[in-house]
Design a protein around this ligand. Structure first.
Ligand code: HEC
Length: 130
């Protein structure tokens, strides 16, 4: 009985450790910048929308936008365009999508978020897309 209890405690600690590690992912804003410029911006410029500079929104606006995850006026989602599935579909013609083909979706989303927040109007270094 005591043994079983100890095992449960160990299992709980392992679970906690795993979730803390996932939460503590250290976003790579440089990777986010490469992806944003190569994948997100290349589609925006090919569409009538044109480039969307990170510095057009505040940090809070970007955080809210990404949390909402409604892209193109709600037609689809931002996470869709950071997904492995999407990267696989364009990797033949997009170097960044090919390079980051195996990056977990969540990590890539965190990287993009870090770049957008850093480049926001009130961010550490307001950025343009190119
Ligand atoms: C396949 C093309 C395509 C890709 C890839 C794409 N977008 Fe877009 N995006 C659009 C279009 C089209 C609009 C404009 C929609 C409209 O105004 O009706 C848009 C609009 C936006 C807007 C303006 C607000 C909104 O949602 O209307 C933001 C911000 C944005 N995209 C962010 C991103 C980010 C971040 C990525 C990459 C993870 C991305 N987009 C990838 C096509 C794309």
């Amino acid at each position: 009985m005591k043994h079983a209890h100890a095992l449960k405690t160990v299992a709980a600690l392992v679970l906690l450790g795993t979730s803390l590690t996932a939460f503590a992912y250290d976003a790579d804003w440089k990777r986010g910048r490469v992806y944003y410029r190569s994948v997100c911006t290349s589609c925006h410029t090919a569409n009538p929308v044109g480039a969307i500079n990170p510095s057009t929104k505040t940090k809070a606006e970007w955080a809210g936008y990404l949390l909402n995850d409604k892209h193109a006026k709600g037609k689809d989602s931002v996470t869709k365009y950071a997904s492995k599935e999407y990267r696989a579909s364009i990797k033949g013609s997009n170097k960044a999508a090919e390079k980051f083909a195996d990056t977990p979706d969540k990590e890539l989303m965190e990287d993009i978020k870090a770049f957008l927040i850093k480049g926001a109007k009130d961010g550490d270094s307001p950025a343009s897309c190119s």
